[in-house]
Ligand binder design. Structure first.
Ligand SMILES: [Zn+2]
Length: 267
């Protein structure tokens, strides 16, 4: 290969990350889960750019390997602290909203221009910024994975994140997601605006017992100080729905990380 051919390639790979950084700074001051504008070529879920190597791919990803409060984790029920008083207050203000589905190369993410959906924890309000999916689940209960996991990502005024997780297991069709699943964007950068709004309440389980702990983004740059709330009760999706997602992303989960001395509170 001549130098003439190599040079444009090097130049292109050098320019893209910088352009990406500027764009993400303009939009939001801190990295939002799976919203960083890095191209998918830079990190992935397998091989040289997979989770074991994320920390080496970019100095900004150091927390992926050096962090002490990383996510996801295995939630061992025997190690959970049951809350007997109302130490932590939580209120979910969810309504219906219209969404655009985006394939960002790592997952299918649903974004809405609506600002009315929020989560209030200890009087601090976090606005819903997006939701997305992983397969298999990232968090585990007593060492067991589920077929999929839904993450609803919220951000407060200081750009701190709170993420709610819902486990999804094979069973009945998930009705509220059936319209979205007919429109799943199959290729990177595809985006599809849905005709029908989604009732966000219907994405949450009926029983709202939840596990609370301090963790991180589960994707680079693995930023910590993320408030995690994982519902104990799983919800169901049909085999066809699970397979429909897996045809696009066969495996987009980060393995569980050390819990270290973190407390997991059950509400
Ligand atoms: Zn996620």
């Amino acid at each position: 290969m001549s130098k003439k051919l190599i040079y444009p390639f090097l130049a292109a790979s050098f320019i893209f990350p910088i352009a990406g950084c500027q764009e993400s700074t303009k939009e939001t001051k801190t990295p939002n889960e799976e919203e960083s504008q890095y191209s998918s070529g830079e990190w992935s879920y397998k091989g040289d750019t997979g989770p074991e190597n994320w920390g080496d791919l970019d100095p900004d990803y150091a927390a992926c390997v050096d962090g002490s409060e990383q996510s996801p984790i295995d939630i061992e029920f025997s190690q959970v602290t049951e809350e007997d008083q109302n130490i932590e207050s939580m209120k979910i203000n969810y309504d219906t909203a219209s969404f655009t589905l985006v394939n960002n190369g790592h997952t299918v993410q649903a974004k809405s221009p609506s600002k009315v959906n929020s989560l209030v924890v200890n009087e601090n309000e976090y606005e819903l910024s997006q939701f997305h999916f992983h397969t298999p689940s990232e968090h585990q209960f007593n060492g067991e994975k589920y077929d999929m996991e839904l993450h609803l990502v919220h951000e407060d005024q200081n750009s701190k994140l709170a993420v709610m997780g819902v486990m999804l297991q094979e069973g009945e069709e998930h009705k509220e997601l059936s319209e979205a699943w007919k429109n799943l964007p199959g290729s990177e950068n595809d985006n599809i605006t849905m005709d029908e709004p989604i009732d966000l309440q219907a994405l949450l389980p009926e029983e709202q017992n939840s596990f609370h702990y301090n963790g991180s983004l589960t994707t680079p740059p693995c930023t910590e100080e993320v408030r995690w709330i994982i519902f104990e009760q799983p919800m169901e999706m049909s085999k066809e729905q699970i397979q429909g997602f897996q045809q696009i992303f066969p495996d987009n989960h980060r393995p569980v990380q050390e819990r270290n001395d973190r407390e997991i509170l059950k509400k």
